[in-house]
Design a protein around this ligand. Sequence first.
Ligand code: ATP
Ligand code: MG
Length: 180
Amino acid sequence: MPLTELTLTGFKSFAEKTKIKFGDGITGIVGPNGSGKSNITEAIRWVMGESSAKSLRGSNMKDVIFAGSQYRTPMNHAEVELVFENKNRALNFDADRVTVARRILRSGDSEYLINNQTVRLKDVHALFMDSGISQDSLAIISQGKVDEILNSRPENRRAIFEEAAGVLRFKEQKQAATNQ
Ligand code: ATP
Ligand code: MG
């Protein structure tokens, strides 16, 4: 289920539409301090459903929208799109190519899209569940995250292993059945 493309428009420092294509194997992103490396990993977590502005180093979700610079006026919206190859159906969606997008406007309106259809956040979570790459999984480790994992409580650490082992989906189904 490789991530093949990432497109950012108006997200943090990426005012201009920017497309990053990922090849096979490992991709390294290098650049001087403040050039936007962390913004790229934050964009990936954001489109996968990150709901904490703080964990995106902002105080409000609208802070992800390009705020303007010396040379450019602020933007009115931010959009990020991920493209996955899904031939092995590792993502919970029946298509060989899956795009996931999120948009936010300055008015606060926001939406998620899977293969260009508007969906709920719940659907985005369901798409990634047990794929091993959900937004809070160990697939994306931000600065400071290692300390957080080492210092976390045993229950939370157990949840990390359950996610990696792919049992979370069954636990949620069991919970839903028990609640009925
Ligand atoms: P380091 O090597 O120090 O970790 P980095 O490459 O990870 O740096 P980032 O933290 O991704 O850099 O980028 C920070 C830059 O993004 C800063 O210049 C900041 O002003 C800019 N930035 C963050 N949010 C916005 C926004 N909403 N609008 C415009 N620029 C933004
Ligand atoms: Mg950084």
